[in-house]
Design a protein. Sequence first.
Length: 168
Amino acid sequence: MNIVLCGMMGVGKSTVGVRVAELTRRKWVDTDILIENRYGKISDIFEYYGEGRFRALEAELVTELAKADELVISTGGGLVLKPENNELLKRNGKIFFLRASFETLLTRVRADETRPLLKDTGKTAERLEELLRERTPVYELVADYIVDTDGRTIEETAREIVRLAESI
């Protein structure tokens, strides 16, 4: 069984994912890193080929990862917006929605100029709020478990995920 982490950009899917993998002795993979290693910078993919191409690359990757076992998968923020991706991920995994408040997320992403959905908008807070409003219901719907990260350390969040995963 795979442990799949989803949630908004800046919630900590990658940092928490690394720790969950260490605690469970599983291999950690990050879909965004895999895409960048294979196809180049995500911001370039968005700029030159569009978001649709990026989402297609994500879907190809999910098809591959869903066949693996004993992984901790940190997903890109929009990966679970496609129902087909969720169906594949749930075949051999449990999805954990890492949830954080708007204020926490804004603090974390404001300084990151590499995020394509926030890049060059000049309205980081407004765009983040819009994405959060659109995506949260989807995250909640697809999640097997919801783990709140506000006020928690990486270690506390990772241990909560491990605890929940062990009860499966």
